[in-house]
Design a protein around this ligand. Structure first.
Ligand SMILES: [Cu+2]
Length: 318
């Protein structure tokens, strides 16, 4: 990754339809802003010169009023800016709602690198390979401080927080190599916390996946960890007398001891592993040990992937 291989450009390349639309939005809004500001600026200058102290001009105040004119200059700019509000809000909603069929990539930000894991278990550092024309959802978390995943060519960025998953999605529409940055100051080597996004044709991507090497999918790796960290001792087979079975738990409502229900999303699962005393669930004695400082972030991602896909609904017997 040599920054000097990129010539100084005013505008980064755009590699998705939504990036192109973002550019149009910004451009059009800049034009509107100029259209509203420049006439005022010119008017202020003309009046300041014309009515300056000592200049002999007619200073009588006319009491002629033009209601239409006054309404016009309030309502027309209001309508114009409202148009941009609607346009921007529409794009915002689009950014916040990844399509259900998106390929999900797990990302971890840490001082000072990005780690990406594909659903098949292929992992890469500071490099991300994705297929063109398919929605890609990046689910990310930080292992230390706040980072921010920024992909200028897609015109998107998202904060990467410790202790909470955040998401970002895009659909690249032209193959190529684009830059990835951390856009949140995160310490000494923040400036070199960057990477390369390579958008491949679907066949090249399949080829890449096949050669990238993987010790099995994330969920498979998670399954192995589920035994090696001793989770299965309580959460599987005879163990489930004391602890709930986790099969089919993902995205289900869980009744809390304190009343109310919580949805078992990825953040809930992760929190439960690190801080089992939070969100105590109804019907069980809380005997689960905390795995904070024991299970590293990568393994948490794998465990969560495993729990998510073990979706065979089990007899939940609280
Ligand atoms: Cu960073």
């Amino acid at each position: 990754m040599n920054p000097s291989s990129y010539p100084l450009a005013l505008w980064p390349p755009s590699a998705s339809a939504s990036a192109v639309e973002t550019d149009y939005l910004i451009l059009a809004f800049t034009v509107l802003t100029l259209a509203l500001v420049v006439p005022i600026f010119i008017g202020v200058t003309i009046f300041a010169v014309r009515y300056r102290d000592g200049n002999k001009v007619n200073r009588e105040h006319s009491d002629k009023r033009d209601r239409m004119l006054e309404l016009g200059w309030m309502l027309i700019p209001f309508g114009l800016t409202l148009f941009f509000f609607v346009w921007g809000a529409r794009m915002f909603m689009e950014h916040k709602n990844p399509p259900a069929n998106a390929t999900r990539i797990e990302a971890i930000g840490r001082q000072w690198m990005w780690k990406f894991q594909h659903p098949g278990g292929q992992a890469e550092i500071n490099d991300l390979h994705v297929p063109v024309g398919e929605p890609i959802l990046i689910n990310m978390i930080s292992q230390d401080v706040i980072h921010s995943l920024y992909i200028p060519a897609m015109r998107i960025q998202m904060e990467t927080l410790p202790g909470r998953y955040t998401q970002l999605w895009f659909q690249a529409d032209r193959p190529g190599t684009y830059r990835i940055f951390c856009s949140e100051f995160c310490g000494t080597d923040h400036s070199v916390m960057d990477g390369l996004l390579t958008v491949l044709t679907p066949s090249d991507y399949a080829d890449w996946l096949a050669h990238a090497g993987s010790d099995g999918s994330l969920a498979e790796a998670g399954k192995a960890l589920f035994s090696s960290y001793g989770c299965s001792g309580c959460h599987q087979g005879v163990g489930t007398v004391r602890a709930p079975s986790l099969a089919g738990l993902y995205n289900q409502p869980v009744p809390m001891e304190a009343g109310g229900v919580v949805t078992a999303d990825a953040t809930y699962l992760r929190d439960k592993i690190l801080y089992p005393d939070h969100n105590k669930i109804a019907g069980y004695k809380q005997v689960m040990p905390s795995f904070k400082d024991i299970i590293p972030e990568d393994d948490l991602t794998r465990l969560v992937a495993y729990i998510k896909q073990s979706s065979t609904p089990a007899e939940k017997t609280p």
